[in-house]
Design a protein around this ligand. Sequence first.
Ligand SMILES: [Fe+2]
Ligand SMILES: [Fe+2]
Length: 134
Amino acid sequence: MAFFEWTDELSVQNKLIDSQHKRLITAVNDFHDSINKGNDETAIRKAVGTLIYYVGTHFADEEKLMEKYDYPQLGIHRRMHERLTQRVLQYEEKLKTGEKILNLDMAIFLKGWLEDHIAGTDKKYAIFIARQKK
Ligand SMILES: [Fe+2]
Ligand SMILES: [Fe+2]
């Protein structure tokens, strides 16, 4: 069983967003694997780089979608994205400087954040957009 499993509960009924979320989950699993493979620094940094890339493109696409539908909670949602991005960038910075960090804690944090964010925050805009389309 993977560290982070996709479940239908996480679906926001949007093919593009669901596929991006799945890709993010894969990136978190790859990051977790790289830690389990004995904390090889190069592997961990590579996995974090991929994760940051997918987080960036996904958040941008999601925000564009919310903008398109004039989603009233866009501001709050964007700030949540920004805070997560900052947190991952800070973590990446610590990896670069060789500061002692708990990698596994970061993997657990990311999994929890994404689960809560997708199932809670993302689903709210999905419901809003589905209503607009009616
Ligand atoms: Fe999302
Ligand atoms: Fe989001």
